[in-house]
Design a protein around this ligand. Structure first.
Ligand SMILES: O=C(O)CCC(=O)C(=O)O
Length: 255
């Protein structure tokens, strides 16, 4: 292997890392702004008590209920992107600048993909964690229509989020020392039928989010919303979420 190839094959992000981005006052301003557009929230289960998003998101909108590709994601992106741009444009600019530093490469928002948007977890879904949000890899980049942007490196995807509001106890992420590529290798070798068979699935660590910090992790690492105890009806958990995918020398950001 030449040194060049070795450098390119090293994942841009493997460890979960956090970076200061917003102050508590800025988080409160973002959450207040989000409330001014609450009529535009997409209620994923018909009620704000459960899960709402402001924005289209690949994991919910790229495939239909039978797992077939649909154009709904692109239609929802064209509906929500102008709202996100109007109300949160400066926040997107700060995130892009921070990610460019972290990834040491140029980044930009992919015009036809959904802009990073918000998960608004209501008290009812928070009370049902962890089962309401199962452990998973972020695999949605496999279903994006990449032809507008060239060749994506599907083996080096990055996920990021910013905690905007949380119950008093805080919020965080469960992380397993288990990567999608490990599962693929074990299944191909016939030593496992899926991630549940692997030793690494038996234990996880919890990373607490700091309010306003930009958290970055590999999309290929197994993760899950960490449960919060003692939920009352006035509580909610709001994160901005997005992903980065490398196309040649630049990274495109989307949700
Ligand atoms: O809100 C969060 O903590 C991130 C959730 C997550 O990991 C996901 O939706 O893939």
């Amino acid at each position: 292997m030449t040194p060049d190839i070795a450098v390119r094959q090293r994942p841009a992000v493997r460890e979960f890392r956090s970076f200061p981005l917003l102050s508590p006052d800025e988080c409160a301003a973002v959450s207040g702004e989000l409330d001014t557009v609450s009529a535009d929230w997409h209620l994923r289960w018909g009620t704000k008590d459960w899960l709402a998003t402001l924005g289209a998101t690949g994991y919910l909108d790229l495939l239909d209920a039978e797992g077939r590709p649909t154009r709904k994601y692109y239609w929802l992106a064209s509906k929500f992107n102008p709202i996100l741009r109007e109300h949160f444009g400066p926040l997107h600019a700060r995130i892009a600048e921070a990610l460019s530093d972290i990834l040491a490469a140029p980044v930009r928002y992919a015009p036809d993909f959904a802009l990073p948007g918000f998960h608004i977890f209501g008290h009812a879904i928070l009370a049902k964690q962890p089962s309401a949000s199962p452990a998973h890899f972020d695999n949605q980049h496999h279903n994006l229509d990449h032809h507008l942007y060239g060749v994506a490196d599907l083996n080096d995807a990055v996920s990021f989020n910013v905690l905007i509001e949380a119950p008093p106890e805080g919020a965080g992420l469960r992380l397993w020392d288990l990567f999608a590529q490990d599962v693929d290798r074990a299944v191909a070798a016939g030593t496992s039928r899926g991630y549940r068979d692997l030793e690494a699935f038996q234990t996880f660590a919890v990373r607490r989010y700091g309010l306003g910090e930009l958290n970055v992790h590999s999309s290929h690492q197994m993760h899950q919303v960490a449960p919060t105890e003692h939920i009352t009806p006035d509580m909610r958990r709001i994160t901005l979420q997005g992903h980065a995918l490398r196309y040649g020398a630049e990274w495109l950001l989307y949700w």
